[in-house]
Ligand binder design. Structure first.
Ligand code: PLP
Length: 393
């Protein structure tokens, strides 16, 4: 006998993975130049040169046993210090190394946070549509219930009235993801302050803190003059989950951190609970080599020129054709209203033309679809006639 829930998770592959694999199959049949795969959020800019240089230096100046050995479960001190220094330089945030827990990317960090906060079987977490579909299995495996605030499809900020209706005495946290996957929008300071005010009021009413879980793998991926705030500076009861997967183009290396601010209520129980939840999930330590890389590279920022050029080319061309989309200020996604209104039907029609885009239904936002623009500009140019044919059909 196996667990039905686990079986279902393993047997039913994600729509995105399915599309990606379909693209690989189709490429063998029609040629890779005729498949326009916008499905997967795999960074397409290389990691900064300084990352490779750091690896070379570590290999020559660090003892091999240290490079490959276990580190403390919470992470090397030097790594946590480098991250704390960087956050303090940028945001005057008062981060201490002991407030950081180094984990294997955002996904296990989120699971540890959910498990740490799921104090009882009634624990509820609130997600704001559209959202990263993995929040569902992550909260379920923590034993919590996920409730969803419907998308504000006008501006892709947060519908505060709808949010307030979802809060109750069992609510442990609201998960926010800005810059957002899949909408590409960045929450304004006004939105974050309004959210903070509601949560402060509701925490008081229910007699326990309602945390924000800030899932921030795209924090540095913003364009133009958009400048996202550091959320704990707005709402102190914020637990940050960060990853270097997107910002330094290191998704396969599995490195990130959880930050529990010293000013967060219950911090002295919360941080050990995150560490304990990670332990219960099999965390031993984040990859030792990559911790040492981050100790030297925490201050690096990505060169976004290639993403920005893709974003402009695609957004401007599609808008000209008549597509309506969320404001593409961050991450590397465009979120577009499906012509005809049915995202599943639209994405199927697109798939038949070897244009692979992801239905919004999987992000709890039917009627929209996601385009991931970490691709080559040549592919974008070649795919434009297909987008045009689809809207004209
Ligand atoms: N959160 C969001 C919103 C994401 O888009 C992703 C990955 O695409 C993750 C978390 C997980 O990132 P990681 O590779 O760090 O586990």
């Amino acid at each position: 006998m196996v667990s039905k829930e686990m079986w279902a998770l393993g047997a039913n592959r994600s729509v995105i993975r399915d599309l990606f694999e379909y693209g690989l199959q189709q490429a063998k049949i029609v040629g890779p130049e005729n498949v326009f795969d916008y499905s997967l959020g795999n960074p397409s800019i290389p990691a900064p040169d300084a990352v490779e240089e750091a690896i070379r230096n570590i290999l020559t100046d660090t003892d091999s046993i240290k490079i490959h050995g276990y580190t403390p479960a919470i992470g090397d001190f030097a790594t946590r210090k480098a991250i704390a220094d960087d956050l303090n330089n940028r945001y005057s945030a008062g981060v201490r190394p002991e407030d950081l827990f180094i984990c294997c990317g955002a996904a296990p960090g989120l699971i540890a946070i959910f498990r740490a906060l799921a104090a009882s079987a009634d624990a509820e977490f609130v997600a704001i549509a559209p959202f990263f579909p993995e929040y569902r299995p992550f909260t379920a495996c923590a034993g919590g219930k996920l409730t969803v605030v419907p998308a504000d499809t006008e501006g892709f900020q947060i519908n505060m009235t709808a949010l307030e209706e979802k809060l109750n005495a069992n609510t442990q946290a609201v998960i926010i993801n800005t810059p957002n996957n899949p909408s590409g929008t960045v929450y304004t300071d006004e939105t974050l302050k309004a959210l903070g005010e509601i949560l402060t009021r509701k925490s008081r009413e229910y007699g326990h803190p309602i945390y924000i879980i800030a899932d921030e793998p795209y924090r540095e991926l913003v364009y133009g003059d958009v400048c996202p705030s550091f959320i704990p500076n707005i709402y102190p009861n914020t637990i940050v989950c960060y990853s270097y997967s997107k910002s330094l183009s290191l998704p396969g290396e599995r490195i990130g951190y959880v930050y529990v601010p010293q000013q967060a209520e219950g911090r002295d129980e919360l941080y050990p609970a995150v560490a304990g939840a990670a332990r219960a999930g099999g965390h031993v330590c984040a990859p030792s080599m990559w911790q040492k890389v981050i100790a030297r590279c925490a201050h690096l920022r990505p060169d976004l020129a290639a993403y920005d050029a893709n974003r402009r080319l695609l957004a401007e061309s599609l808008k000209e054709m008549g597509y309506r989309m969320a404001s593409p200020d961050g991450a590397f996604y465009l979120f577009i209203q499906a012509p005809g209104g049915d995202d599943l039907a639209f994405c199927q029609r697109a798939k038949e033309k070897n244009l692979l885009v992801v239905p919004g239904t999987g992000f709890d936002c039917p009627g929209w679809f996601r385009v991931c623009y970490c691709v080559s500009p040549e592919m974008i140019r070649k795919s434009l006639p297909v987008f045009k044919a689809l809207i004209e059909e």
